[in-house]
Unconditional design. Structure first.
Length: 198
């Protein structure tokens, strides 16, 4: 079983990096093969809304996103990690999400059976931290992530989010059990997939 961890923060070794790494370690503990994708190392042009993918399901922009599409489709579990920037995901994560319009076109306009009801089912999970303690701080990012996952048949399987986390290392100070929760979430994602593959 393959799990893809998408590191959406521009800050190396930041709070979401630490949490996602623990999720992947937990998944590996249960026998999953984990791949780590650090968006800060990729060049992804934002979607131009040119509708070039409408007739083919292929994006006309040729950049590092071409390396990512297959990774999304080959994985059975996808975990996106992003801190909150202005009540949404980072620009790195949003560029990835918006460029998934090509998969949306393939699924909904071209009716590609591999992305339809009979196609391969996947699981999706979201990790985030936000500096503010506001009750709605994660709502926009969660909704965006749910629709991102839908483009490639990934059922939204939940999230692990922490408020009041901003400075590097805050996750240790303000939520001492967070890494343990992340590790257990990784284990649980794999075990649920094994026992409920559809």
């Amino acid at each position: 079983m393959k799990i893809l961890g998408i590191f959406g923060s521009p800050r190396r070794g930041g709070n979401t990096d630490l949490l996602l790494e623990e999720v992947l370690k937990g998944a590996e503990e249960e026998g999953a093969e984990a791949e780590r994708l650090y968006l800060r190392g990729y060049s992804i042009t934002p979607c131009k809304e040119c509708h070039g993918c409408d007739d083919t399901g292929q994006c006309v922009i040729l950049d590092d996103m071409e390396k990512i599409y297959p990774k999304l489709l080959e994985s059975e579990i996808i975990v996106l990690a992003s801190p909150i920037f202005f009540y949404g995901v980072t620009a790195w994560a949003k560029a990835l999400i918006d460029r998934s319009q090509a998969l949306w076109a393939k699924k909904y306009l071209l009716k590609d059976p591999s992305l339809g009801k009979e196609g391969r089912k996947r699981k999706g999970f979201f990790i985030s931290v936000g500096a503010t303690k506001g009750p709605k701080v994660f709502e926009g990012a969660i909704l965006t992530t749910k629709y991102f996952f839908d483009t490639f048949n990934a059922e939204y399987s939940g999230e692990l989010v922490f408020r009041g986390v901003d400075a590097k290392g805050d996750i240790f100070k303000k939520h001492p059990d967070a890494l343990k929760q992340a590790f257990e979430a990784g284990r649980r994602l794999v075990l649920e997939r094994i026992h409920n593959p559809s």
